[in-house]
Design a binder for this molecule. Structure first.
Ligand code: PMP
Length: 365
């Protein structure tokens, strides 16, 4: 536990740690937001107070991520999972194909949804290597009539991450950045679309951020139901219907905090320092701990590792839990251990975990 308000060492994969600043501001404003006598949860989404929160969050995103003016910033519900369906619904017109680079379970899920709507293919996949690295795309040939190439920038379950994004000429690139949005500088202009469920680096669940190039948006099919068309959100500033107001309010606070603390460059520096601590504990353990990802594909957000035998792994997770470390069990589909160290996980928590890993190894070697 850290400091006297009993905050856990929270390594949850999502929903996950939020900046204390955002939680405390929300606490202060819970019953009476800026003298209105109402909580943000209780006020009209058409009122000026909410409008300020909503537009403030959009402006902060544009500023922090350097999002060019020819991109729309949208708030949609349904999680990143709904984007798996909305993308092919909107962009896989008949005769067009969706190219899916497979780097883990989430890209597999995106592919499976796209198959329901149109033609797809897989130009490269890391599946044969148990998704322990990001495939090399240098010799990949894309098929004619490819509507878009879809990648998952950070693989939350396998702990791999694209270190450099592919340069694909003349085909729109779409990235699911659910688990590394806002964690490092990204040149948005290289993408036709970026999306992320908020519940890791951005805020609570309930809102999904979509950043989409206007010219790409214009190529979307027009016949989908209203709530499943990107244009509905773009034309109505994501206020066609009631948005997830409270999630967007917290997102705004998270962004304010990021801005006041050096923005993305500072977050990126802290993130690599935090990851370096944990990878060091793994690499210097003489095989007591071993990482799933190949070094060159390692994620700075999800450190996925195993112990040399399963009994020891169980003992590690149990003792970690007793010591106040939360969320260290690997995803139920792969087992092992995973420390998710998103933006709001403090260095202090990573230092404590590194120390715990070293002490546990010493006791059990
Ligand atoms: N993509 C990635 C990379 C994820 O990590 C997750 C959730 N952990 C999802 C998609 C699914 O997100 P949601 O639960 O918001 O639908």
């Amino acid at each position: 536990m850290t400091n006297d308000i009993n905050r856990a060492f929270n390594f949850n994969a999502g929903p996950s740690a939020l900046p204390l600043y955002a939680l405390q501001r929300a606490q202060t404003e819970l019953l009476d937001y800026k003298g209105t006598g109402m909580s943000v949860m209780e006020m009209s989404h058409r009122g000026k107070e909410y409008e300020e929160i909503h537009n403030g969050a959009i402006a902060l995103l544009r500023e922090l991520m350097n999002i060019p003016e020819d991109y729309e910033i949208l708030f949609i519900q349904g999680g990143a999972s709904l984007q798996f369906s909305m993308i092919p619904m909107n962009f896989l017109a008949s005769g067009k194909k969706g190219a899916y680079i497979l780097t883990g379970s989430w890209s597999e899920k995106a592919l499976a949804e796209a198959k329901m709507f149109g033609e797809v293919y897989v130009p490269a996949s890391g599946k044969d290597n148990k998704y322990n690295s990001i495939p090399d795309l240098s010799s990949v040939a894309y098929e004619p009539d490819t509507a878009y190439v879809h990648i998952t920038s950070n693989n939350t379950i396998y702990g791999t991450q694209w270190q450099q994004f592919p340069e694909i000429k003349d085909i729109p690139l779409i990235a699911d950045m659910s688990s590394d949005m806002l964690s490092r500088p990204v040149d948005v202009s290289k993408f036709a679309m970026i999306y992320a469920g908020a519940q890791k680096n951005l805020g609570p669940s309930g809102v999904t951020l979509v950043i989409i190039k206007k010219s790409f948006l214009e190529t979307a099919g027009k016949n989908n139901p209203t709530m499943l068309r990107y244009s509905t959100y773009a034309e109505n500033n994501s206020l066609y219907n009631t948005p997830p107001c409270y999630s967007i309010y917290i997102l705004n606070l998270v962004l304010q905090y990021a801005k006041e603390n050096g923005g993305i460059p500072t977050l990126a520096k802290l993130n690599s320092e935090k990851a370096a601590m944990l990878y060091k504990a793994i690499d210097s353990s003489d095989g007591f701990y071993f990482g799933h990802a190949k070094t060159e594909s390692r994620s700075l957000m999800n450190v996925v590792f195993r112990l040399k035998d399963e009994e020891l792994e169980k003992a590690f997770l149990l003792e970690a839990k007793q010591k106040g470390f939360v969320g260290l069990a690997g995803h139920r589909s792969v087992g092992g251990c995973r420390a998710s160290i998103y933006n709001a996980v403090p260095q202090e928590a990573c230092r404590a975990l590194k120390q715990f890993m070293e002490d546990f190894r010493e006791k059990n070697s």
